[in-house]
Design a binder for this molecule. Structure first.
Ligand SMILES: *Cc1c(COP(=O)(O)O)cnc(C)c1O
Length: 364
């Protein structure tokens, strides 16, 4: 069986360092917002090229707290419209709803799966913010959306939960907007051994609000300035993340190398391969292809013992939880969700397994 993602193999590389981190934490017994969190925040801000980083409990909270933070700062208000790609992971949409804002779902570009620059500009007129989701690890057309945000006076936010380390000439994911949300869910390119998330930003005012919001609205113990949450990055997870951050660039390079082998080796007109410009703007969180009869194809992969996943089988506006949005007309998003399937992809994939996937797909 060729695994979709071998988490044990990914993390076992760091067993000794994780164990040393754990021992130190047990000795220090400073479990909440300790030095591991502040160290990791400094390292991750430096990595992304931003002034600040604030750890949060997970990626959904990172997104939600950015939006709540801008509400607290008066830059957004309840009921404001926020543009979000219709084919994103549901967390992006949920964050907007949790902040009592209104998501405006738009179609993606059919090659990059990211929000499209050819989106009808009229929807930007009465929107107040736009969330660029760097889906599957590929940066959105940042230059165009930075200009659109400026022209239409939109707050520009990144959902970089799948794009740790992706970079273009304008900078790295996390530094390409006013504030960016990351997830360190175990399967992400930078994954913890549990939940975790972070916001990166250059905005000192937002930083202060986020620090309050994640910690009961408290700036000093038992003194609460605003109505906050409990959404802190776990100190132990922060220590593990510091260990793994050191190899993030190498891991992303390994993912790109798997992708290049797939792109060069797979030659089958029944399969639409992902668009990739060959640069570092893609960190291949997922390698997503399209096929006409997906059930038939996935059964073929099963028979050949190749694991697969679908990112994602149901678009947010068709989820039972979001019945409110079932009137949205997003034909391209719906079509994509019926056709996409993700192939095995990880930084620790063996060359022979990559070749097996290629050979098998070429016989489909
Ligand atoms: C994983 C993910 C999130 C949410 O992260 P969690 O840590 O699971 O809350 C948000 N957006 C996207 C695009 C994701 O892939």
């Amino acid at each position: 069986m060729i695994k979709f993602l071998d988490l044990h193999k990914i993390n076992n590389r760091f067993r000794a360092e994780f164990q040393a981190s754990f021992s130190k934490s047990l000795d220090d017994s400073y479990f909440i917002l300790g030095n591991n969190v502040s160290n990791f925040e400094n390292e991750f801000a430096a990595y992304c090229g931003t002034k600040f980083c604030v750890g949060t409990a997970n990626g959904l909270d990172a997104l939600t707290l950015i939006l709540k933070g801008y509400i607290a700062l008066g830059k957004l208000k309840k009921g404001d419209k926020v543009i979000v790609p219709g084919n994103t992971f549901i967390a992006t949409v949920l964050s907007v709803l949790h902040a009592e804002l209104i998501p405006v779902l738009v179609e993606p570009n059919s090659d990059t799966y990211n929000i499209s620059v050819s989106t009808d500009k009229s929807i930007f007129v009465d929107a107040k913010a736009l969330i660029m989701v760097h889906l599957y690890g590929q940066l959105t057309d940042v230059e165009s959306f930075q200009k659109i945000a400026k022209d239409f006076n939109l707050l520009l936010i990144e959902d970089a939960a799948q794009a740790h380390g992706a970079r273009c000439n304008l900078g790295k994911a996390g530094s390409l907007s006013q504030a960016a949300a990351f997830s360190f869910y175990p399967t992400k390119n930078l994954g913890a051994l549990g939940d975790g998330g972070a916001v990166t930003t250059n905005d000192a005012q937002l930083l202060e609000v986020l620090k309050l919001l994640r910690n009961y609205g408290s700036h000093k113990k038992y003194t609460n300035k605003i109505i906050g949450f409990n959404s802190r990055l776990d100190d132990m997870q922060a220590a593990f993340l510091s260990v793994k951050l050191k190899v993030l660039d190498a891991d992303n390079a390994a993912r790109r190398s798997v992708a290049k082998k797939y792109l060069e080796g797979i030659n089958n007109s029944k399969l639409k391969l992902p668009f990739y410009d060959g640069s570092k703007n893609h960190v291949f969180h997922a390698f997503v292809i399209e096929v006409d009869d997906r059930d038939h194809f996935s059964a073929f992969l099963d028979r050949n013992e190749i694991e697969w996943l679908i990112h994602y089988p149901i678009p947010p506006h068709q989820q039972e939880a979001l019945k409110l949005f079932s009137h949205f007309n997003l034909p391209l998003t719906e079509k994509i969700h019926k056709r996409i399937i993700s192939l095995p992809m990880s930084p620790v994939m063996r060359g022979e397994d990559i070749q097996t996937v290629i050979d098998v797909l070429n016989t489909y």
